[in-house]
Design a protein around this ligand. Structure first.
Ligand code: PHE
Length: 337
């Protein structure tokens, strides 16, 4: 008991006097550590008589918790003092400029894709994706372009294998969607497409399209016009107008080329061609196992680069791929607009 009192007294005095965190750590080890003074006292419990043992044990615990408390206090006191002196000695230069944050900006192509999706989801469209490396059947054959079809010439195709291509358009996703779902179908399919073009100001061998497909018992050409108008307004403002011209795609009949004009566009006074569309060809519906007598619908596809270039007045497609921050950051403020 005497010894315990002595240990406590020394420990408390030394805790008060401790000046650094090392002092406290040292003290903790000396008193509370396995080989420390209290540890020795614990071990001596075995030597005292069984009647006295509980009393001594309780006393040891009491002393131990008082010392722990004193050490904790010392740690807090020293922490504050060490910080104050660090500040006073100028180790922190509070005048140093902060580290600047460089927030990311959405890419112009992403903005356009988002705008198309945002414009058309209120009409019930959801987003679907398809593979970039595609079997010939999904990219051509089922889209009513058999092996020897002359329309294949327009698609300068990268062949990966005898019947495997890098998809030349997002229309493969029309086929894949219809094969796995039953009408009504309303999807948007954005993504990369590939054509054997040399890179110049207006061509790139890799670019992006977004495709729309709507199949239902009664999805008409008038519905198509409504969707296209909604899309034009979403992209080019409330005053945007559309104009349809007859065209040809093997997978749509009739087919149209869609022009838009809007005061929002730099070249706003003239009509600009932005989109291909048409009523899905009955042969395509048959390829995917739909009954053309029961369901019909329309599809449209557009190049995202072209839309971005028109909307933002970009005159060289390569700017979209070079990741020059001076270019890329110009679109930061347009996010969500
Ligand atoms: N896939 C066509 C192209 O790449 C665009 C298109 C899609 C046309 C859907 C009509 C319907 O040129």
């Amino acid at each position: 008991m005497e010894e315990l009192k002595r240990i406590e007294k020394t420990a408390l005095t030394r805790a008060k006097k401790a000046r650094t965190s090392q002092d406290v750590a040292q003290l903790r080890a000396e008193i509370l550590g396995k080989k420390g003074a209290l540890g020795t006292a614990m071990r001596s419990l075995g030597d005292v008589s069984p009647e006295e043992r509980p009393k001594l044990g309780a006393r040891i615990n009491e002393v131990k918790s008082r010392i722990e408390e004193a050490l904790d206090e010392a740690v807090t006191r020293i922490g504050v003092a060490e910080r104050d002196s660090a500040l006073a000695s100028g180790r922190y230069d509070v005048t140093l400029p902060g580290r600047r944050m460089y927030p990311g900006a959405p890419h112009a192509l992403r903005l356009i894709e988002d705008e198309v999706v945002r414009s058309l989801t209120p009409l019930g469209f959801t987003v679907a994706t398809g593979p970039l490396v595609e079997h010939d059947w999904y990219n051509f054959e089922a889209l009513n372009m058999p092996q020897d079809h002359p329309a294949r010439d327009m698609h300068d195709t990268f062949f990966v294998g005898k019947n495997t291509v890098l998809r030349t358009h997002t229309s493969n996703t029309q086929i894949r969607t219809m094969l796995t779902r039953q009408p009504p179908v309303r999807v948007l399919a954005p993504g990369m497409v590939f054509r054997k073009d040399n890179l110049d100001a207006t061509h790139s061998p890799v670019f992006h399209q977004i495709e729309g497909l709507w199949i239902d018992e009664r999805a008409t050409f008038a519905d198509l016009k409504g969707v296209l108008k909604t899309l034009a307004i979403g992209l080019f403002g409330p005053e945007a107008q559309i104009r349809l011209r007859p065209s040809f795609f093997p997978f749509t009949e009739p087919s149209v080329e869609v022009d838009v004009r809007s005061p929002m566009l730099k070249k706003g006074l003239g009509w600009l061609e932005v989109l291909g569309a048409g009523m899905v060809h009955p042969a395509v519906l048959e390829y995917v196992g739909y009954d053309p007598e029961k369901v019909q619908g329309f599809a449209f596809g557009t190049g995202i680069e072209r839309l971005a270039m028109l909307k933002y007045g970009i005159d060289d497609i390569r700017l979209l791929y070079e990741n020059d921050l001076r270019f890329a950051n110009q679109f930061a403020s347009r996010a969500g607009s």
